[in-house]
Design a protein around this ligand. Structure first.
Ligand code: SAH
Length: 349
């Protein structure tokens, strides 16, 4: 018999099952807490539940759990984990500890269907979307790791791992609902950022749901033709569409979007590029994060130089823009932005 996945039942459905089986109502809460708050991997671990009930549960349901497949620790303490999913596909999740915060970077798809020219994940074909539990469990896993390795609480979550979160909209939203729920991990949505390559209609859809988490847009160039060259998603999502979508997002949610901008040598690091970015920011209330380019195999891009970066930043600041420069983390283990490509994973089914 094909058993159903018990975590696909919401609280009310578990309660119905409990009542249908003539059990006390409070058992539903116990079962639910084991599944979501304690994230157990088998019914045997539900120690305050009678054996007969545990057996009945396992006759009817299964529990699916992700498994750590391979772990690498960078000299800057960043940890990259290859995670084996329910069907044995592999994705990567990263723990990024700093002085002030510890961040989980999670994947939303196996591979990616987009082909951003500077991103290693783009070299892996998209195989499938992650189920919301697979996303939730990555966060749980990284949270536990942060505590076990560094005695740090998990403070932030970024959907910046493998895949395009807005092309797996339902599971991403459901995972955030569970991560933020007091019946799940109870993490504040203000500590969560979803990063998108820029799918205007999905940004609008998110705004219409009055989401409380943060949004980051991978802009990388505010010049239409240039952006098209490096991100083909912009063929159908023009800059003016993104401007409108981001403004709408800000209007509905009150959250100022972040613009991510990877500094590529002699490609988007000239003064004309800075001027286009300034112009973009005049139209959209936003914050700018300049990101160091992390080298990946088989592409012609180079990281900008220190001088060019400084010049770019100064020009933005002269124009009253607030800019943050994000240093690369975990580069020595291919864990930095855009480097996730299952490189050190021996097999992936
Ligand atoms: N698909 C989503 C999230 C994944 S990538 C998105 O596009 O936003 C997370 C961030 O890393 C994005 O801003 C992405 O453009 C950036 N990135 C990709 N490749 C990179 C590289 N080689 N160096 C630095 N940043 C990179």
């Amino acid at each position: 018999m094909n058993k159903s996945d018990i975590r696909h039942l919401n609280f009310e459905q578990i309660q119905d099952w409990v009542l249908d089986n003539q059990l006390s109502k409070y058992r539903a809460q116990q079962i639910y807490d084991w599944l979501w708050i304690k994230n157990i991997a088998s019914f045997e671990e539900m120690t305050d539940i009678p054996k007969a009930l545990r057996e009945k549960l396992s006759e009817n349901f299964e529990i699916k759990q992700i498994v750590s497949h391979h772990i690498q620790v960078s000299k800057d303490r960043t940890i990259k984990c290859a995670i084996r999913l329910f069907d044995k596909n592999i994705v990567e999740s990263v723990l990024i500890p700093t002085q002030t915060r510890s961040t989980a970077c999670v994947s939303s798809q196996v591979g990616c269907s987009l082909d951003c020219k500077f991103c290693a994940t783009a070299q892996l074909k998209r195989k499938r979307n992650l189920d919301y539990q697979e996303i939730y469990q990555q966060v749980y896993f990284i949270k536990k790791l942060a505590y076990e390795k560094y005695h740090l609480p998990l403070t932030n979550i970024v959907y910046m791992g493998m895949g395009e979160p807005l092309l797996n909209y339902t599971n991403v939203m459901k995972s955030i609902e569970m991560i933020t729920s007091p019946k799940g991990m109870g993490i504040s949505p203000q500590r969560i950022t979803v990063s998108t390559s820029g799918i205007a209609k999905m940004i609008v859809k998110m705004a219409d749901q009055y989401v409380k988490f943060n949004l980051a847009l991978s802009l990388h160039s505010a010049i239409e033709e240039k952006r098209k060259q490096i991100m083909s998603i912009s063929e159908s999502n023009h800059i003016d569409m993104l401007v409108n979508a981001l403004n709408y997002f800000y209007e509905k949610t009150g959250n100022r979007p972040t613009l991510e901008y990877v500094m590529l040598y002699e490609l988007n690091d000239r003064i004309e590029d800075a001027n286009a970015l300034i112009n973009f920011c005049r139209k959209v209330k936003s914050k700018v994060n300049l990101i160091e380019y992390n080298p990946i195999d088989h592409v012609p891009f180079k990281k900008t130089t220190k001088e060019r970066l400084n010049h770019f930043v100064q020009h933005l600041e002269k124009n009253k823009m607030i800019v943050t420069v994000r240093r690369s983390r975990g580069e020595d283990i291919d864990a930095a932005c855009g480097q996730l490509a299952n490189k050190n994973v021996l097999f992936s089914v």
